[in-house]
Design a protein around this ligand. Structure first.
Ligand SMILES: Nc1ncnc2c1ncn2[C@@H]1O[C@H](COP(=O)(O)OP(=O)(O)OP(=O)(O)O)[C@@H](O)[C@H]1O
Ligand SMILES: [Mg+2]
Length: 170
């Protein structure tokens, strides 16, 4: 990657794009090329939690249906606590927002299952358990549908990406 320090990124919008129990996620872009968007997950220092496992898992995984890791940073806030930041691939949203439309469309559910089956097989081959698979941890990117994607033609199809490896077992 051509950028290494956190200063090479800037927030695209002040409001976070997502919030979970452990972290807050912002949409950021590389100052050097504003057309490149990334997601920045900020994990504040906590007494009994370190995101080392999450970062190590993300670093070691490489699959089309897993959110891509780019870099991570640690900032010591005092002698014991560290705030962590992870730069990863930007996604358009999560499965959570798609749940109402999926309930009425079995073809869309089948498409989701087919994509998740591929990533499940990959995770099994890596001997890793995600342990927190839920709609908020399945992100998606909207991609143009092809002629083969019968249920989405014409238009856009969700390309799902497994994220949030905070509970991973190694
Ligand atoms: N790469 C990304 N691109 C776009 N949005 C994202 C990305 N990563 C996370 N988000 C959004 O931020 C939310 C919280 O992120 P994440 O699940 O990683 O945080 P967490 O604190 O570990 O969550 P949890 O409460 O599940 O433990 C996600 O549900 C999603 O909406
Ligand atoms: Mg989550």
């Amino acid at each position: 990657m051509f950028f290494y320090c956190l200063d090479t990124f800037e927030k695209v919008e002040q409001k976070p794009i997502g919030e979970g129990f452990f972290g807050t996620v912002h949409k950021v872009r590389a100052k050097i090329d504003c057309s490149l968007n990334f997601a920045l997950k900020v994990i504040p220092a906590r007494r009994h939690y370190t995101p080392k496992k999450e970062v190590d898992a993300l670093k070691s995984l490489s699959h089309a249906h897993i959110v891509r890791y780019y870099n991570s940073y640690e900032e010591t806030t005092d002698d014991f606590f560290k705030t962590s930041r992870i730069i990863m691939e930007f996604c358009d949203g999560s499965l959570q927002s798609q749940m109402p439309s999926l309930k009425q469309d079995s073809a869309k559910v089948l498409d989701l299952m087919a994509q998740m089956a591929k990533v499940s097989k990959y995770m099994m081959d890596q001997e890793l358990l995600h342990r927190d698979i839920k709609p908020g941890n399945i992100l998606l990117q909207w991609r143009p549908s092809t002629d083969q994607d019968l249920c989405f033609k014409p238009g856009l199809r969700p390309f799902y990406k497994l994220a949030d490896f905070g509970c991973v077992s190694i």
